[in-house]
Write a protein that binds this ligand. Sequence first.
Ligand SMILES: C[S@@+](CC[C@H](N)C(=O)[O-])C[C@H]1O[C@@H](n2cnc3c(N)ncnc32)[C@H](O)[C@@H]1O
Length: 381
Amino acid sequence: MGKKKHRESHYRTSRRFHQDDDEYSSALPSSAFDLPPPPQDDDDEGEEGEEEEVEESHEKSKHDLGSDTDTPSKFDLYQLSVQSPKGDISYMLKFFLMYVGGRQPLHLQEDFCGTALLSTEWLRSDPRRTAVGLDLDLESLDWCLDNNLSKVGSDVSSRLSLFHGNVLQPYESRLVCHPPKIDFIKDLSLDYSIGSQVQSGIPTTMGDATLPARDIVCAFNYSCCCLHSRKDLIAYFKHALNALSRKGGIFVMDLYGGTSSECKLRLQRKFSGFTYIWEQEEFDVINRKTKISLHFQFGKKKALRHAFSYHWRLWSIPEIKDCMEEAGFKSVHFWMREMPDTHLHENADEYTAGRDVKYEELSTFRQRDAWNAYVVAVTNV
Ligand SMILES: C[S@@+](CC[C@H](N)C(=O)[O-])C[C@H]1O[C@@H](n2cnc3c(N)ncnc32)[C@H](O)[C@@H]1O
């Protein structure tokens, strides 16, 4: 990511930046490409005129990103414009019921969790649930602790174990928040016994922690594309499989594709107070590499450019399936959703995904301009 040239100092955080409470049934699943519908506000005007440009810097302090500063943090903006955790949760519950069944899934692992918004929502909506979050970026995890978790109360936050580390070496990842309370552990069934490390103090790594076997492991917003080699992808899928309950579990990830995903592209979507922009650089067909940048524009004058940048290998669906099977999953299922044609939206103000278009389980799907998929891998029950 680039260097921050200017600092926005007088941007007011207001109720306009708060997320609306969609019902599970109507919420869209999250993705950087599959944008959740925004609340409309006429105050937000295009991108004309001279603007104060802000480039994102890794050197921001925690204080700079806090929710009570006068600049909305890039994480707040990301959560509002990119993520839709209720939609993802409702699909994961449906997949678990279909492919495993026989019990309610209670224990989730969110890999590549970022600010762990999905885990927070998972915990908030059922007091029996636990969650494990794992990410390489300490800044996102710290922001989660200071913002998402501080809003939900200790009864919720005590059921989340956040780890800082690489999904390729999960056991070495380090705990960044407190493990579940002892009282809570006592109430859990078979899978969750109190480990000696927990009894004698707080475990420091995932390898030391005694965690409940997960019912669901997920990796959203195309995070598996952060892994660039087949060897790494299979190693990661093996770790995911290993974390899942022997009573049966699912691994769920998302993927995007279509002819539009293999060329230069810029799409935008208006939200109250800001515009979210997804920018795709030229696609390298030999290595299947792409660079995605997310920018935020505030009215005419200000922009937070390159708030997030990703170097992805855009995996194909059969490559993912082969790697999942090689890692040891018993079956793999594809839930596809056609996206609106990007050619009709590239120069438009809005790239809007219809709420009524649902994901469908399919075994063949003709190439389109743009599609999104959930890939569901099921353990050998
Ligand atoms: C596209 S973001 C997705 C964040 C979140 N899952 C979401 O749904 O919005 C990818 C995340 O993966 C993390 N990441 C990338 N490579 C990783 C790795 N090898 N191990 C753990 N986290 C990684 C990044 O720090 C970033 O937070």
